[in-house]
Design a protein around this ligand. Structure first.
Ligand SMILES: Cc1cc2nc3c(=O)[nH]c(=O)nc-3n(C[C@H](O)[C@H](O)[C@H](O)COP(=O)(O)O)c2cc1C
Length: 356
C-alpha cells in the first residue's frame, strides 16, 4: 500500500491521504468493513445511514471506530418522504399492493399492512450524528438547516452536500456547506435532485463537473461514472478536487450487498441500466429486471417515497435470499462494464494511480 500523500488540499482538509471517497450506500448496502477498509487505505469511507435512528447511528460509529481510527463519513437523506405522502390514502396503498399479489405469493410472503411502517425522522437521526461526531457528515435530497450546519461546524464535522445541477451547487455553497458533490446522471443509486424533479435534472458528469467548478468556490467532488484511474484523471482534469465512487465499491467483497449483486456488477458487459421509480418511489439507477422496470404493476405509477419501498421491500429481501435476479434490487451506475476489482485494496490502488 502506498503511503504517499496526494497533493490535494481536499485530502488535507479531510485529513485523508488520497482525495478518494467511497460513496455511501443506503438501504442496508453499506458495511462497517467497507468503510474501514477504504479509510484504512487512505481514502474516506462513508456509511449510508438513512434507515437508522439516532441511537443506531451512535452505535454504528462505535463499531466503525473499532476498525479504523481514520476519518469517515456518515450520510443521511435530508428529506425522508415525498410531499405527496401526506395526501396518500389507504385505498391507494391497497390498490398498488394488489398489483404485487402474485409476487408476494411467489415468495411465500404476507402482503405488507397499511400503517406498519413510517418514514425516518431526520432531526432525530441528526442528534445521533452530532453526538457521534464523525469527521464528515454528507447528505442528499436537500440542504440541512442553518442550525444543523452550525452545530456541525462547532463540533468540527465537515459537511458535503450533493448537487445534480448548477443551481443546486450554488444553493449548497450559499447555505454554507463545506464541499459540494457534483453527481452526474451516470451514477448508480438515487438521483438526489432537490430544486427540480430528478427527471428534469439529468446532467452527465462531463458537462456538470466543469460547470459546477466554474460556478462555486468551495471544493467540488465529482461522482458518477468513475471506476478506474482513467475516470479519476478525467475528473481531476475537469476541475474536481476529489472523486466519489459508488458502483465500483459496491462490487467489492467488503460491501454490504449480496454476492449475487456483486457478481452481476463484476460480470456486466453491456452497460445497460435503467432509471426508475419502481423500487422506492424515488428515481434511481438499476440493472433492468422485473422489479426495476415496474413489470408487476403493468405501468401503474409508483407510490410516493417511501410508500413504494414498503411494498417492494419484502420482495427484494426475499429475492436476495432465494437469489432471484428478477426481483432483487440491483442498483448499478452506467460505469458497470468497467467494474473489475472485487477487493477494496486493489480498487484503491487502481483509483489512486489516476490522481496526480
Ligand atoms: C446501491 C447504492 C446506494 C446508494 N445510496 C446512497 C445514499 O444513501 N446516499 C448518498 O448520498 N448516495 C448514495 N448513493 C450514491 C453513491 O454514494 C455515489 O455517489 C454514486 O454511486 C457515484 O456514482 P457511480 O455509481 O457511477 O460510481 C448510492 C449508490 C448506490 C450504487
Amino acid at each position: 500500500m502506498t503511503t504517499m500523500h496526494s497533493d490535494s488540499s481536499l485530502a488535507k482538509r479531510l485529513k485523508i491521504t488520497h482525495p478518494i471517497i467511497q460513496g455511501p450506500f443506503g438501504g442496508g448496502l453499506s458495511s462497517v468493513d467497507l468503510v474501514a477498509a477504504v479509510s484504512n487505505s487512505g481514502g474516506l469511507g462513508s456509511y449510508g445511514a438513512h434507515i437508522f435512528n439516532g441511537t443506531e447511528i451512535k452505535e454504528l460509529c462505535v463499531r466503525i471506530r473499532t476498525k479504523t481510527d481514520r476519518p469517515f463519513a456518515i450520510n443521511l437523506w435530508v428529506s425522508n418522504e415525498d410531499p405527496e405522502l401526506s395526501k396518500f390514502t389507504e385505498p391507494q396503498f391497497i390498490a398498488q399492493r394488489n398489483h404485487y399479489g402474485e409476487v408476494y405469493q411467489r415468495f411465500g410472503l404476507e402482503p405488507p399492512e397499511w400503517g406498519d411502517q413510517h418514514p425516518a425522522n431526520f432531526d432525530e437521526q441528526m442528534e445521533g450524528v452530532l453526538e457521534a461526531a464523525p469527521a464528515v457528515f454528507s447528505f442528499v435530497f436537500g440542504i440541512s438547516s442553518p442550525d444543523i450546519l452550525k452545530a456541525c461546524r462547532e463540533r468540527g464535522i465537515l459537511t458535503i452536500a450533493a448537487a445534480t445541477t448548477i443551481a443546486e451547487a450554488v444553493a449548497v455553497e450559499e447555505a454554507g456547506v463545506d464541499m459540494v458533490l457534483a453527481t452526474g446522471a451516470e451514477a448508480g443509486g438515487h438521483r438526489p435532485s432537490f430544486l427540480r424533479p430528478s427527471e428534469d435534472s439529468l446532467v452527465g458528469t462531463f458537462a456538470l463537473l466543469p460547470a459546477v467548478r466554474d460556478n462555486v468556490r468551495i471544493p467540488v467532488i465529482a461522482a458518477g461514472g468513475i471506476a478506474d484511474h482513467r475516470g479519476v484523471a478525467a475528473a481531476q482534469q475537469l476541475g474536481a478536487d476529489g472523486v466519489q465512487i459508488g458502483t465500483a465499491f459496491l462490487a467489492c467483497a467488503e460491501s454490504g450487498t449480496t454476492s449475487a449483486h456483486r457478481e452481476s456488477l463484476l460480470d456486466n458487459i453491456d452497460g445497460l441500466t435503467t432509471l426508475s421509480r419502481a423500487v422506492t418511489g424515488r428515481f434511481a439507477r438499476f440493472l433492468p429486471n422485473e422489479l426495476s422496470t415496474n413489470a408487476p404493476t403493468k405501468g401503474a405509477s409508483p407510490l410516493p417515497f417511501p410508500a413504494q419501498s414498503w411494498l417492494t421491500g419484502p420482495i427484494k429481501n426475499a429475492a436476495a435470499v432465494t437469489v432471484d435476479p428478477e426481483f432483487s434490487s440491483l442498483y448499478a451506475g452506467q460505469v458497470v462494464p468497467l467494474v473489475k476489482h472485487p477487493k477494496v485494496d486493489v480498487l484503491m490502488q487502481e483509483l489512486i494511480r489516476g490522481w496526480n
